[in-house]
Write a protein that binds this ligand. Structure first.
Ligand code: SF4
Length: 189
């Protein structure tokens, strides 16, 4: 890396991958820095790039609605971030080289927050942390373990926006159940 990863503030001037050339803002995190739950998504989109906050566009709003439905306060109960901190042009998926370049920042966040439970939103986050490349339909809702922590994969909120059915067993319903499961695990610990 071209920057030290000893402090998250220095992430704001990171130029360790080409995404630094096209971003407006580095998007680090929102929520509670000592939360028991850390939610990791893929990468910032246009609204996130403009505001410097993760998950604040339509999919972020959908995520917040679901979190509130199951009893979480998104600002005080979670630390919310992405695997990659700068927006990929056109919202394409981050390249493996970009995920690798950004990983020290994610590791620093994991160290600092030290969450009991990690929620991985979407396939890119699952691949980044667990190294699993299976379909999310098979992974979501199944507890995994990473470095002694409980890890829950869920559908990415943008997938939920594309699948808005409120029917029982639909992605929205399944994600609500997965988040309830996370809440129950926190109560058990
Ligand atoms: S995506 Fe990560 S590694 Fe690349 S420039 Fe942004 S902060 Fe640095």
């Amino acid at each position: 890396m071209t920057n030290s990863c000893s402090s998250l503030e220095s992430c704001r001037s990171c130029t360790a991958c080409p995404l630094s050339e096209t971003r407006d803002q580095v998007v680090i995190a929102r929520g509670q820095p000592k939360a028991r739950v850390m939610l990791i998504g893929e990468a910032p989109g246009a609204r996130e790039d403009a505001t410097g906050q993760p998950f604040v566009g339509r999919s972020g709003q959908a995520l917040d609605r679901l979190l509130k439905e199951v009893g979480f306060d998104p600002e005080s109960d979670l630390y919310i971030c992405n695997a990659v901190k700068c927006r990929p042009p056109g919202n394409r998926r981050p390249k493996r080289s970009e995920l690798l370049a950004c990983r020290p920042w994610l590791d620093l966040q994991l160290d600092q927050v030290n969450p009991d439970v990690i929620v991985l939103a979407g396939a890119t986050a699952v691949d980044a942390i667990l190294g699993l490349k299976q379909a999310m339909t098979g992974l979501r809702g199944q507890w995994q373990t990473w470095q002694g922590r409980d890890v829950m994969p869920i559908f990415h909120p943008s997938y939920l926006l594309r699948n808005p059915s409120q029917a029982e067993g639909a992605p929205l319903d399944l994600t609500r159940r997965d988040l309830y499961t996370v809440g129950r695990r926190l109560c058990e610990r």
